[in-house]
Design a protein around this ligand. Structure first.
Ligand code: CA
Length: 228
């Protein structure tokens, strides 16, 4: 499976150049040209890495990073202007994994991408692929599939499915799932768990004609299947 990279960059010549080079290296690439669109895309799909320009229309790169980090730990490399020292410092403080200063050589960027992905892989090496029947989820690659069919999951759907699979055959209460997937400080609707369980069933149980995600009345949810 190719690693998916999202490029958030408003300068179309640079974005196009990066797309060509990264595709040539075997990465799968998506592009966004402004901060809001980029943030929405980054949250809508579990990417392997995000390249994030700092000077962006709509929402600047640091604000995109701040909001993205509230939801996701997907690696981010910032593209910063030559003299923007503060951007680099704030960017790293805010959870960027690395930065590269424009103008940069593609070789240097590719090396940094490999290093960031390697660090992520090393950290997640102990995390084996999770399975339930034909359903598989690979935390290191942020990829899920049913048999050979890749599942298109949003970031929260992916986290919820991962949590259920990590606790396969063990009932998870709504509170446990809220805490693990949405965090201690979640202050939204408490039925958000039910809503996302429904999304997962629409993407897994319904299309493949199986029943993996079970409701345990008065308790919560559990994922279990007949297979290995
Ligand atoms: Ca820019």
């Amino acid at each position: 499976m190719a690693v998916n990279i999202l490029i958030i960059e408003d300068e179309s010549a640079i974005a196009r150049f990066l797309e060509l080079e990264l595709t040539h290296e075997g990465y799968a690439v998506d592009k966004a040209a402004d901060g809001r669109e980029g943030l929405a895309m980054a949250l809508a799909r579990p990417y392997g890495l995000v390249l994030l320009d700092v000077m962006l229309p709509g929402l600047n790169g640091l604000e995109v990073l701040r909001r993205f980090r509230a939801e996701s730990d997907v690696p981010v490399i910032l593209l910063t202007a030559r003299d923007a020292v503060m951007d680099k410092v704030s960017g790293l403080d805010m959870g960027a994994n690395d930065y590269i200063t424009k103008p940069f050589s593609i070789e240097e960027l590719l090396a940094r991408i490999r290093a960031v992905l390697r660090a992520g892989t090393a950290a997640e090496k102990r995390t084996a692929v999770l399975r339930c029947g034909k359903l598989s989820l690979d935390p290191a690659r942020h990829a899920a599939a049913y048999g050979d069919v890749p599942l298109q999951l949003t970031y929260k759907e992916f986290s919820l499915l991962q949590t259920l699979l990590e606790n396969r055959d063990i009932v998870q209460t709504r509170d446990m799932l809220l805490e693990k997937v949405w965090g201690y400080d979640y202050a939204g609707e408490t039925n958000v768990v039910d809503v996302y369980i429904r999304y997962l069933r629409q993407k897994i149980d319904a299309p493949f004609g199986v029943k993996l995600i079970h409701t345990v009345r008065g308790m919560g949810y559990v994922i279990k299947g007949d297979g290995p």
